[in-house]
Design a protein around this ligand. Structure first.
Ligand SMILES: C[S@@+](CC[C@H](N)C(=O)[O-])C[C@H]1O[C@@H](n2cnc3c(N)ncnc32)[C@H](O)[C@@H]1O
Length: 223
C-alpha cells in the first residue's frame, strides 16, 4: 500500500484513540535563516574547529559546513562514519566545539544523544538539535503518521530545560533549533514529569516556559 494511504489510516486511528488537540503554532520557516547558515555563522564567529553531526542522510547540511575538522555519524548514509550515535559515543574519546543532533527523532534517543553530547562537548561549545518546534500534533507523533515529521524531539528539550548544569533555548528557525550550553541553567524549568508522556496541548499552552524560544537576532547575545 502506498505510504500516503498508510499514513492516512494511522492518522484516522490516532484521531479516534489519541490526543484530540488540533490548535497549531504559526511559525513560517521560510522567513528565517537555514540550519546550515546558522551553524556556519556560529562556527565562524566563535572560531570553532571541531564539528560533529549525528544523522547526515544526503549530506544536505554536512556538505555545506566549512570547518577545520568534521565527523558525520549515520548508520545508513552520508557523513564519514557508518554507525549509530550510541556506538559512536561508546567508543569516542574526542571533544567537539559544535555538535549537531539530527539522528533518530524520538524523545528517548534524543535525550540520550544530548546527555552523550554534553560529555564530549568542549566547555565553550554548543549542542544544536534539529526539529524542536513541531507546528501541529501530526508532525510529532511517534511512529510517524504524516509527511513532514519532526518526531517528539521537543520533549527532550523540555527535559533538558530541567537540568541545572545545562542552559537550553530553542532558536526560532528551520523547524526549531535546540541550543544547549554546558553551563549553569539561567532559567531552570521546575517540572517533574514523565517527559515521554507530555501532551501536545501542554507544549502548546506552555510553549514559552517549556521551549525557552529565542529569535535568531538575539541568539548571539546568549553565547
Ligand atoms: C533527518 S535525517 C538527517 C538530515 C541532515 N542532518 C540534514 O541536515 O540534512 C536523519 C538521519 O538520521 C539517521 N539516523 C537514524 N537513526 C540514527 C542513529 N541511531 N544514530 C545516528 N543517525 C541515525 C538516518 O539514517 C537519517 O539519515
Amino acid at each position: 500500500m502506498k505510504q500516503k494511504y498508510k499514513f492516512l489510516i494511522k492518522r484516522l486511528l490516532y484521531y479516534i484513540y489519541g490526543e484530540k488537540f488540533f490548535k497549531r503554532l504559526d511559525y513560517d520557516w521560510k522567513k528565517y535563516p537555514s540550519r546550515s547558515e546558522i551553524i556556519q555563522k556560529i562556527i565562524d564567529s566563535k572560531k570553532y574547529k571541531n564539528y560533529l553531526e549525528v544523522g547526515c542522510d544526503k549530506d544536505e547540511n554536512f556538505s555545506k559546513i566549512n570547518v577545520e575538522k568534521k565527523i558525520g555519524v549515520d548508520p545508513l548514509k552520508g557523513g564519514t562514519l557508518r554507525m549509530t550515535s550510541d556506538n559512536f559515543f561508546k567508543n569516542n574519546n574526542e571533544k567537539f566545539d559544535l555538535i549537531f543532533l539530527d539522528g533518530l527523532h524520538t524523545y528517548e534517543q534524543t535525550i540520550k544523544d544530548i546527555d552523550n553530547s554534553l560529555k564530549f562537548l568542549n566547555d565553550h561549545g554548543v549542542v544544536i538539535i534539529h526539529d524542536c518546534l513541531p507546528k501541529k500534533i501530526w508532525n510529532q507523533i511517534v511512529p510517524r503518521v504524516y509527511g513532514h515529521w519532526n518526531g517528539d524531539v521537543w520533549k527532550a528539550i523540555v527535559h533538558s530545560r530541567t537540568y541545572s548544569y545545562a542552559d537550553t533555548y530553542t532558536c526560532i528557525a528551520d523547524h526549531g533549533l535546540g541550543i544547549i550550553f554546558k553551563r549553569k541553567n539561567r532559567d531552570l524549568l521546575e517540572l517533574k514529569k514523565d517527559f515521554k508522556n507530555l501532551k501536545f496541548s501542554e507544549y502548546y499552552y506552555n510553549h514559552k516556559k517549556f521551549m525557552n524560544p529565542i529569535s535568531y537576532e538575539n541568539l548571539f547575545s546568549v553565547f
